[in-house]
Design a protein around this ligand. Sequence first.
Ligand SMILES: O=C(O)CCC(=O)C(=O)O
Ligand SMILES: [Fe+2]
Length: 259
Amino acid sequence: MVVLCPSLISAHRKPDPASTRFLVMSPLRSSTSGKLRLIVVNHGVSEELLNDTMKVVTEFFEMPMEEKASLYSQDPNEVCKLYTSNTNYDTENFHFWRDALKHPCHPLEACIQLWPQKMTRYSLTLGLPKHCDPNLITILLQGSADGLQVFKDGQWLGVGLLPNALVVNIGHQLQIVSNNKLKSAEHRVTNSKVARNTVGLFISSRDDCIIQPAKSLTSEAEPPLYKPFRYKDFLSYYISMMGDTESALQPFKLPSNQC
Ligand SMILES: O=C(O)CCC(=O)C(=O)O
Ligand SMILES: [Fe+2]
């Protein structure tokens, strides 16, 4: 267990020793590979807000199919959409048992206009193949059904459910910016017998941002391992690679990093 400096997680609040935040890291941390999966408890987000968030999401997926149909799209460029399986439905070899609602959050005033307004009833999620997230950091609020697993030391480990905890995933973008000091976490969701809901906050740069290893993290001894590239170019390639973690990064690596 590692204490997370309050100023890192909540820059706008005064540090309060009584509410020191903890990152529960073991047993999901590998000191050799640099891969981390963080589970944040005592994060300062109220239990009421977490419960309300999960309730709204559950209500959305419980709506009748006809109500949700207007939001359905498999267009990779659609920003606010309901989709099934992965983002490559037409070309993927297998379909996964999963419905996903994706919507942007920033800037809030503009994005909120795109969000679905109507909530009532209908079910299911489940089943996501192994992948790393392409973005910077993903914060997951898991519902009451287990299933999320992380690949560590050659085996899949269940992340488990901790009440009111948030799971924090490192994505490819952070691996690149940290020049491989942090590694994106390979994860998947196994099938389960019950409907399963997760709320994911995918934090990433804007599409037109140039992504490259941070200058402060490179030196002559530790040269950059990735070329500078536009995030949207990486994202299109990532989508076309259908979750193949290593291949997705390959064209963006510099020659010294080809292994
Ligand atoms: O359902 C989950 O817990 C994880 C979802 C996930 O990994 C993703 O959407 O990228
Ligand atoms: Fe993911």
